[in-house]
Each structure stands twice: as structure tokens, then as C-alpha cells.
Ligand binder design. Structure first.
Ligand code: ZN
Length: 118
């Protein structure tokens, strides 16, 4: 017979368990959404702080966006442990990013991955 495990516990019991499973799934989803909302808030705050600091550096010290992009690229390479020749060109903005990145650091474009890369 199909669903032999359900016939063993009785249909009413199986329905009760399904309702409990649904409630638990809803609670897990709600908790995950709350955590995502907190992270989004933190990211928004950090983005504003970064933008403010960058505006000071540009205005007070004359740094350019290109200099910032070069520094970010160097940090990206250092953090990923990649060699300079292990970079991919973003198909959208043309900047170089570590081949370990799945998204471009600068514009968010997905970076094509080799089928044989982990
Ligand atoms: Zn890009």
C-alpha cells in the first residue's frame, strides 16, 4: 500500500503532525526574515558610514574613485589569496575581480564561473 508509514500512525495523527510541521516552518521563516532585516539594517548603516568617509577623503585629501577602485581590487586579491593573473573581467563594467568572486565587487554582475571550478 502507498504511504504505509501514514497508515501505521493513522490519518488524523498524520494531519496533526503536518500542521505542527507547517507551524515550525513558518516560525523558522519568520526568524530568518528577522535576521535578514537586521543584517540589511547593518549593511545600510555601514554603507552610509563608508560613503561619508569616502566623501571626506575625496574632498579633504583629493583621492579619486580610480584610486579607491585600485585599492579595493588589491584588497580583494589579498583576501582571496588569488594571484594577479587569477582575475576575471566583469562582463558588465569591465573591471577586474578575483576569479573566486561570484558577483562583481563594483557593479554586482554575476561573474561567469567555469563548470570545472569548485
Ligand atoms: Zn562589474
Amino acid at each position: 500500500m502507498f504511504y504505509s508509514s501514514l497508515s501505521g500512525m493513522g490519518l488524523a495523527s498524520a494531519k496533526g503532525q503536518a500542521a505542527v510541521d507547517v507551524d515550525e516552518a513558518r516560525a523558522d521563516a519568520s526568524e530568518a526574515k528577522s535576521e535578514a532585516d537586521v543584517l540589511k539594517h547593518d549593511i545600510d548603516r555601514l554603507m552610509m558610514i563608508t560613503e561619508a568617509l569616502w566623501s571626506f577623503l575625496k574632498k579633504e585629501h583629493g583621492y579619486s574613485d580610480d584610486e579607491l577602485a585600485k585599492a579595493v581590487g588589491a584588497i580583494d586579491l589579498r583576501h582571496s589569496g588569488a594571484e594577479k593573473d587569477a582575475q576575471e573581467k566583469c562582463p558588465n563594467c569591465g573591471r577586474m575581480v578575483s576569479e573566486h568572486r561570484r558577483l562583481c565587487l563594483y557593479c554586482g554582475q554575476p561573474i561567469p564561473q567555469s563548470l570545472f571550478e569548485p
